[in-house]
Design a protein around this ligand. Sequence first.
Ligand SMILES: *[C@@H]1O[C@H](CO)[C@@H](O)[C@H](O)[C@H]1NC(C)=O
Ligand SMILES: *[C@@H]1O[C@H](CO)[C@@H](O)[C@H](O)[C@H]1NC(C)=O
Ligand SMILES: *[C@@H]1O[C@H](CO)[C@@H](O)[C@H](O)[C@H]1NC(C)=O
Ligand SMILES: *[C@@H]1O[C@H](CO)[C@@H](O)[C@H](O)[C@H]1NC(C)=O
Length: 634
Amino acid sequence: MTTSGLHFFYFILAAIIILLLLGLSVWCIVNRRLLCATIVTLPRDVTALTRLIKILGHFLYLQRNNLTVGQVFDKNARKDPEKVIIRFENERWTNEQVQILANKIANYFQSQGFKKGDSVALFMENCPEYLCMWLGLSKIGVVGALINCNLRLQSLQHCLEAVNCQAVIYNEELSHALQDVIAIGGLNGTPLYSLCPTENSPSITPSIHLRTELEKVKCSQPEIKEKVGFQDVLFYTYTSGTTGLPKAAVIKHSRYLIAATAMFCLNNFQKDDVIYTTLPLYHGAANVLGGGAALCHGVEIVIRKKFSARNFWKDCIHYNVTVAQYIGEICRYLLSQPPSEHDRNHQVRTMVGNGLRKEIWSEFVGRFNISEIIEVYGATEGNCNMGNIDSKVGAVGFIPSYLNWAIPYWLIKVDEVTGDPIRGKNGKVIVCGPDEPGELIGKIERNHPIRDYLGYADKSSSEGKVLENAFRKGDAYFRSGDILVRDIYGYFYFNDRKGDTFRWKGENVSTAEVESVISSLIGLADVVVYGVEVPGTEGRVGMAAIADPEQSIDFDELANEIFTTLPSYARPVFVRIVSQIQKTGTYKLQKTTYQREGFDVTKTKDKMYILIGKRYAELTQNVYDDIIKRKIKF
Ligand SMILES: *[C@@H]1O[C@H](CO)[C@@H](O)[C@H](O)[C@H]1NC(C)=O
Ligand SMILES: *[C@@H]1O[C@H](CO)[C@@H](O)[C@H](O)[C@H]1NC(C)=O
Ligand SMILES: *[C@@H]1O[C@H](CO)[C@@H](O)[C@H](O)[C@H]1NC(C)=O
Ligand SMILES: *[C@@H]1O[C@H](CO)[C@@H](O)[C@H](O)[C@H]1NC(C)=O
């Protein structure tokens, strides 16, 4: 940073601190009731503040210099070309190797006539080349479309067409999926580049062998024809599409750099950390946390083709991992593994991720001796992001209430079943009090690198994600779609996905909560909970689909435990036993099909049960007919 930049930075810093202190004192006078809570959380807030100031410093520097991810990476690479930044199986990729491949990609695609604003789909499983591809393309302003490699047929075709891809880069494992899209009339003439390891590997004809092509290409920096800056589009990622088709979200250089920096500073990562991620790189979580740490901060990351519960700790030991990424399901799968000598003799200090439920949190950190869990909340494309940096069990993050003016996230009352915001007499939305569940929204400010919400590449998809005229005419808020609760200390807790909550006997049932309770009752198996409509009843009746391939569940015991742990309205009346719950590519469990089929015995061969009195009985055709004829009372 230049001297004047430094002065400016200190000036801003001092201004922020003065403002904060001022805000704090005014707030304390007005709001004595919360004073205690404020004092209790002061150490937490001071830590967060120092880290936030660090992030702000980075941010101002990036913005003032109009930097791109490519430029930030190149600077790291020049400083330390030999540093290994990516490990994959037995491969080690240094800064220099990543830079060479990225430059070659940039030079090659430029020579093929690709220019700023074009988009190229990446349809690849996790591999080191993945990061080099979008990085290289971004140097010439070409936007990578990071396609979920589990997609097939229509949904794959949709993703390619939604952002008008001018080419596809794929690796050999996925050639059959592209072949299938061609067979249904997709990819009409779009050039296909295969990244197959050898000439003889299977690939679609006519396909261009990218590796062979790249051999002849210069590895120097590309000569930039159209300049790329901080505010240009970097890549598209897609929402998981649990309901409906996936949508392409726009990620700019600014958003990526800030997210990567925030992850790095907020979580207090060090340059000599080794970060392990088993999540797919087409998804923001792994791409920002892992990819961002490697490319923007020169940290070594270890990537894996797919998550494996059996090899998780072995890998951590082998690669000397100090930080590992999780999602809730990963933690559950790890806990359900038999105890092993590897459980504790690793060096993993911190685990970062999202979705670790409070029911298994303490058991998890105890068994695997993890000193720090950092739950982060948010999505790369959204604008409500936060983190729980002090390992508070169950929380996804916090905002002290005296700082709400600086971080405009609110929980607002919504109809938990329809999801519509509830407005008061004055037409404004209603902010929840402490411990009241509500939907998280974040204020949108146009062109603000953190508060802007760019929506989806296809504009019509963005509808429903933006709430207008919430507090004031003309304002706009991003709707997270999640129901959270905030306590008096400012901690946020995840409650449920909006639309998943259902009402039964006048109560709102959080499916996420019931899922984690039932899962911990039955050895942490996969469970999804949803509400089904039953003729003659109000609301929805709870149903659980449980993965139990060996049909080993003792239903009397299950009923007993459900009666002792869940309130009457939350107990699943129906249970369906399946061999395996469908998952998205990021290991999230899917329930739409089960919900659609409900308790209809004619729609599936899976065994189903119904809670009658205090016992689960098999749901036979006769029982089903009785329910339809309203002979059974609920
Ligand atoms: C950043 O760079 C881009 C591309 O050269 C340019 O269009 C933009 O105006 C620059 N922004 C600033 C603030 O300098
Ligand atoms: C892990 O660290 C040890 C000791 O520092 C070192 O000998 C070993 O090579 C490292 N393992 C890997 C895979 O880098
Ligand atoms: C748990 O991990 C810490 C470091 O993170 C280490 O000092 C301690 O010895 C470990 N405890 C056990 C029982 O393995
Ligand atoms: C359930 O949610 C609705 C709003 O969606 C709210 O009005 C109602 O009070 C809630 N019921 C309970 C018991 O919390």
